[in-house]
Write a protein that binds this ligand. Structure first.
Ligand SMILES: [Zn+2]
Length: 489
């Protein structure tokens, strides 16, 4: 009688910006092990038929909100735990890596490529390795070489996170049952774009990703995936990429070649997903627009310090510009600023009775760029405990509610605003540290502008001090012929 397949699961999942002064440490991560790790995967409880006759071996999984680079001590502990877990696991047929692909570790390059290389040197060439990734991750040659299957999300905003992990797992199990190592093909596409130009809600990314199911359905192709890559790390691996995997070598290479070429040919069509401007230009337009009920609530993305991409979450630039506006100061415009992380400021005011006057400096401690910690003279409006932000307060200044959190978080869901007593759909203006609007906010918005504000994830890539990217890369470089060589294994 044959024994069931044995597949180990683990990984470290974070997108980290080397341009953000924030450092990601163990406290920023949610870590699961054992049954709690396996409980992450819906296809295991109860096990889907394809997953039932497999022994799933949990290693360790750590995930965090995007942030600054991970400190080496933090990363090394999980790297060692994954390898120790594999060493202790006994014979394995497969390994599922549940990773992002844009983790920067201070002083190192290509963290995920290094992980899979270390795994290979421990387990040898036999087990099949499948990686489930974010499309904002990067595919280095080391990562490609170490994996047998690699795939990523097909939507941004990401609404197919769990389908992607299941597909990576299922393709792994299917390949193991066939007993033949998949063919694979990689094309690096020398394009580096902000996520805010590549939403799959809009062309050209929509049309590009729409080709995935069609190509994947061809005979001999298992999976095709398109990585937009990660623009906020100064590492040579950061670039667009296409990977195809399949049972037929020629069909697999053709799929990667075709999709890589499509990506490259679309390069001039990528534009920001919303009209953009400086913070002042966005406020000028918003303060006129809010007189029209159809354009309320008006949203402005404070995109340069978006914690969802790795920003420090405490740059005060956009808030300072809001506070200069008389319509907001005198309360004739009802506005929300969401949010700044500042645990010290929260601790100083959160125990006061609601309605107390407060005078406190907020933000500017992690990312000290201008204008730095900002004095707020207002009233304590609300205190709440948030599952993501920890203890949070709302400080009222004129018509403006300023949200301050104890942990970095992103106000991407209406329920988070409600915890601090604000029904975001009924105010005039919401300024939020985000890039493209996540689905609930997108639905709620009467209108929307993307402010190109300063911060660790500045959307204007020309302002970032790259030194180590592979050049040429579009759009930092133009007028060059791309090398779209297919690397096939
Ligand atoms: Zn992403």
């Amino acid at each position: 009688m044959s024994r069931p397949l044995r597949v180990a699961i683990g990984g470290v999942h974070i997108e980290s910006s080397t341009f953000s002064p924030h450092l990601s440490t163990a406290g920023d991560f949610e870590v699961t092990r054992g049954d709690a790790l396996l409980a992450r995967y819906g296809w295991l409880s109860p096990a889907e038929p394809w997953a039932a006759d497999v022994e799933w071996v949990p290693l360790v999984h750590a995930r965090a909100l995007p942030g600054g680079a991970v400190t080496p001590e933090t990363y090394d502990a999980w790297h060692a735990e994954i390898l120790d877990g594999l060493a202790a696991a006994g014979p394995l047929d497969g390994i599922l890596l549940d990773i992002h692909g844009a983790m920067s570790v201070v002083g190192r390059d290509d963290a995920e490529g290094g992980l899979v290389t270390a795994i290979r040197s421990l387990v040898g060439p036999e087990p099949f390795v499948s990686a489930a990734m974010d499309l904002h991750g990067n595919v280095s040659h080391a990562l490609f070489d170490g994996c047998d299957l690699l795939t990523c999300y097909r939507t941004a905003p990401h609404v197919d996170v769990w389908e992607t992990r299941e597909r990576a797992a299922r393709n792994l199990v299917d390949a193991l049952r066939r007993g033949r190592r998949p063919h694979k093909a990689l094309v690096h596409v020398p394009i580096l774009l902000p996520g805010e130009m590549t939403s799959t809600r809009l062309d050209p990314a929509k049309a590009l990703y729409a080709r995935v199911p069609e190509i994947e359905a061809r005979d001999g192709v298992i999976d095709v995936a398109i990585w937009i890559g990660f623009a906020w790390a100064d590492e040579p691996r950061c670039s667009g990429a296409v990977v195809a995997t399949g049972t037929d070598a020629a069909a697999t290479a053709a799929a990667a070649r075709e999709l890589g070429r499509h990506f490259w040919e679309a390069r001039d069509d990528f534009t920001f997903v919303a009209p953009t401007g400086t913070m002042d230009e966005c406020l000028d337009e918003a303060l006129v627009a809010v007189k029209d009920p159809a354009r309320r609530p008006f949203f402005i993305s404070d995109s340069g310090d978006n914690p969802g991409a790795g920003g420090a979450d405490d740059v005060t630039f956009a808030l300072e510009r809001m506070l200069t506006r008389p319509e907001i100061a005198d309360g004739s415009v009802r506005a929300v600023y969401a949010s700044l992380v500042d645990p010290d400021a929260v601790a100083r005011v959160a125990d006061l009775p609601p309605g107390s006057p407060v005078s406190v400096r907020v933000g500017g401690r992690i990312d000290p760029r201008e204008p730095g910690p900002l004095p707020i003279e207002g009233v304590l409006e609300a205190v709440a405990d948030d599952p993501d932000g920890g203890r949070c307060v709302s400080l009222r200044v004129g018509g403006l509610s300023v949200f301050v959190t104890s942990r970095r978080m992103q106000y991407r869901e209406l329920a988070s605003y409600r915890r601090l007593g604000v029904e975001a759909g009924t105010v005039d203006l919401v300024v939020v540290k985000i890039g493209y609007l996540e689905p609930e906010l997108f639905e709620a918005a009467g209108d929307w502008l993307l402010a190109l504000t300063p911060g660790g994830v500045d959307q204007d890539l020309r302002r970032l001090p790259y030194e180590r990217l592979l050049r040429p890369v579009f759009p930092l470089d133009r007028d060059f012929a791309a090398d779209l060589t297919v690397v096939a294994r």
